[in-house]
Design a protein. Structure first.
Lengths: 390, 306
């Protein structure tokens, strides 16, 4: 087991920069997800940690040792690939034995047919079999050991690939979108199993995904990467509640945050699409953005205050416990999403005009470059007064 | 309705079936029939002599020599040209530059007409004025003489590559390998492109740090289907060797290179013994059929090899 440290990692393919100076500390035993849209460089970063690619600049440290010059096979990491990359000519059992045979047997002992003539073969073989048996019991694939990957379903292959990674008790597991080839129901199921596995193994997991639901549910910390930059690292709640960058706010959360253009005048008052936002900006003057999560927009029946927007429903998504209302917000008809309970949204349908209002204190303010802006402290006071009014 | 559709199907397949019958099945049947007769071209009548041709084929020592010559040729040429083809493919595949140049160089002998090449080889292998023995004799009076064979050859003359019966088969095999391995190389190069890159990465992560381990774990098994095909094709091609033998040795000396194809040619065409020629042909076809069946069986066995 070991922590992993990345220092100023740069990587370009040809003239295209893919990673632009990544710094990341991964703690021992942590479940860290690297999440970002496709093409953001997260898989490349994982492969650099694994040693399958080499960084142009920067240092990778595993445990206490610098591994820049250490090849992948000597880094004591295990990796689960998106396509599983099981050896198709070997049975599940042989697939799982492979890393152990390569580590614990000599080249001569591994030789086909005559390998068993070399001393120490049977002891090594026995130990390997024990480990494989134990691992397959944990993963509940004992019945599949004699099959070849071609005879397995997607979920079973996934388990076999996990088994092959686990037998060696590596210092860290690297997973490159391991669930993306499974169907939706199985994915949710395997998500829970992976979380259990991490709890019982207590090993470092580095998990790459573009699916923020996986990242939010699985990880101790998630690292959001966009365009080769690491924008923010933190626990999932932190990234959801307190994104430091507009792109992070937009990437994390489903449905997407409502990102509305805003003006901040020299008194610090914030207006967006004709409505005022409660709270004052401290330092910034000019145009920026206000981000409001769909659950922080509430329906109101009439234009009670200057904080309300007109809202015309264009589409209603009913998910059972929640209803997402898509519609045109404000005078300029900006696309917005409101999350409501089915009771509150029962009356609403396509074409109905109503009003919405931001929950006070829950708006996020960004400057024109997408950097997060703080609100003035007095907000809390104001917030308190609103609560008192209610 | 159904039977009419079936009938239409036969109509569509009819040209192909007809052609196959005319140019493949009928000639084989005729050859099979002739192999039980003593027919020679020009004879007015055909006498049925039963299995007499086959009897002499399997009993007379000259024909036994023919089978052993063919088997020796296949036994030497096929493994060597497969091994060299695989080796060349792996080496070329690992190159960054000049891949196409090397491919072209190794593939040239395949494209060249073997008969023309055989004449070039005949000059090169000429015992006194050939470039090979001339080059070898340059090494006389040097440290090379410490090899006993070399010293003896310097004294008594370098071997007659095509005239000495202990060297002819090896020479013919060498030319066969030289000519054939480029084809296998191309097949293996095609096979190598279909090996998933991720498997190499998985092998690397699993701890396969030596080239041999990666070859054993990924390359060789993934090339399995290609190998089955290459082995069959090469063996059939080796059984069919004729041009070099005809041009260089005419089956000699002392029948040391008297291979089956040359036997068919000599008996059936030169000596006009159609009956015995057909009998050799049938045995030859049986060999090829056997190889093909083995290949089919191996291919079928690997069906879930996705």
């Amino acid at each position: 087991m070991a922590g992993i440290n990345l220092k100023n990692i740069h990587k370009s393919f040809g003239k295209t920069p893919v990673l632009k100076g990544i710094n990341l500390d991964i703690n021992d035993g942590e479940f860290l997800t690297l999440v970002g849209p496709s093409g953001c460089g997260k898989s490349t970063l994982l492969r650099i940690i694994a040693g399958l690619e080499h960084q142009d600049i920067g240092d990778v440290t595993i445990g206490m040792s610098l591994v820049n010059q250490v090849r992948a096979s000597r880094r004591d990491l295990a990796m689960v690939f998106q396509s599983y990359a099981l050896y198709p000519h070997l049975t599940v059992e042989q697939n799982m034995e492979t890393p152990l045979r390569l580590r614990d047997m000599t080249t001569f002992q591994r030789f086909p047919l005559i390998g068993c003539l070399f001393p120490g073969y049977y002891e090594a073989k026995k130990k390997i079999n024990q480990t494989v048996d134990q691992t397959s019991e944990i993963l509940k694939i004992t019945a599949l050991l004699d099959r070849k990957p071609g005879q397995l379903s997607g979920g079973q292959r996934q388990r076999a690939a996990l088994g092959r990674a686990m037998v060696r008790h590596p210092s860290a597991f690297l997973m490159d979108e391991p669930l993306s080839n499974l169907d939706a129901a199985l994915r949710v199921h395997m998500r829970a199993e992976l979380a259990d596995l991490h709890r019982s193994l207590k090993t470092t997991f580095i998990y790459v995904t573009h699916d923020q639901a996986e990242a939010l549910t699985l990880s101790d910390r998630m690292a959001v990467m966009i365009d080769g930059e690491l924008l923010q690292v933190g626990p999932p709640e932190e990234l959801y509640k307190n994104p430091l960058d507009k792109r992070v706010a937009e990437f994390v959360g489903s449905p997407k945050i409502n990102m509305l253009p805003a003006e901040i005048n020299n008194e610090g008052r914030i207006t967006s699409l004709g409505a005022t936002i409660r709270g004052q900006s401290t330092t910034y003057i000019g145009s920026g953005f206000v981000g409001i999560r769909p659950e922080n927009l509430k329906l109101v029946s009439s234009r009670q205050s200057p904080e309300c927007w007109a809202f015309e429903v264009t589409h209603k998504e009913n998910l059972g416990a929640d209803v997402f209302l898509h519609g045109r917000l404000g005078r300029r008809g900006f696309h917005g999403i409101v999350r409501e309970t089915p009771e509150n949204a029962a009356e609403l349908g396509r074409g109905i005009r109503t009003f919405v209002k931001a929950v006070p204190g829950e708006a996020l303010l960004f400057d024109a470059n997408g950097k997060r802006l703080p609100f003035k402290q007095s907000l809390d006071m104001e917030h308190f007064m609103v609560m008192a009014e209610a | 309705m159904y039977s009419r559709a079936l009938f239409a199907g036969y109509w569509f397949a009819a040209p192909a079936i007809l052609l196959m019958i005319i140019i493949l099945i009928v000639p084989v049947l005729i050859a099979a029939y002739l192999s039980f007769t003593d027919y020679s071209l020009g004879n007015p009548d055909i006498n049925w002599i039963g299995i007499q041709n086959y009897e002499s084929l399997f009993n007379r020592s000259s024909y036994k020599k023919m089978f052993s010559a063919s088997l020796i040729y296949v036994g030497i040429t096929a493994p060597l040209s497969i091994g060299l083809g695989l080796g060349a493919a792996l080496l070329i595949n690992s190159l960054k530059h000049f891949k196409d140049l090397y491919k072209a160089i190794y593939f040239l002998p395949v494209m060249a007409a073997l008969l023309a090449m055989a004449i070039v080889w005949e000059f090169a292998l000429h015992p006194s004025i050939g470039i090979i023995n001339k080059t070898l004799s340059l090494g006389c009076d040097s440290w090379l003489e410490s090899v006993r064979w070399y010293a003896r050859s310097c004294a008594t003359g370098f071997p007659q590559w095509l005239g000495d019966k202990s060297f002819t088969m090896a020479t013919i095999c060498f030319i066969g390998v030289w000519q054939g391995f480029g084809f296998n190389m191309v097949l293996y190069l095609a096979g190598l492109t279909s090996v998933p890159r991720e498997l190499y990465h998985a092998a690397e992560i699993d701890g396969a740090s030596s080239a041999w381990d990666r070859f054993r774990l990924v390359t060789w098994p993934m090339l399995g289907p290609t190998t089955v095909f290459v082995v069959t094709i090469t063996m059939i091609r080796s059984f069919q060797v004729f041009d070099t033998v005809e041009a260089l040795t005419q089956g000699g000396p002392v029948r040391s290179t008297y291979v089956m194809m040359y036997g068919i040619f000599e008996k059936g065409i030169q000596q006009n013994l159609i009956g015995i020629g057909s009998a050799i042909t049938m045995v030859f076809l049986a060999f090829v059929l056997l190889l093909t069946l083995i290949q089919r069986w191996l291919v079928d066995r690997r069906t879930f090899y996705s």
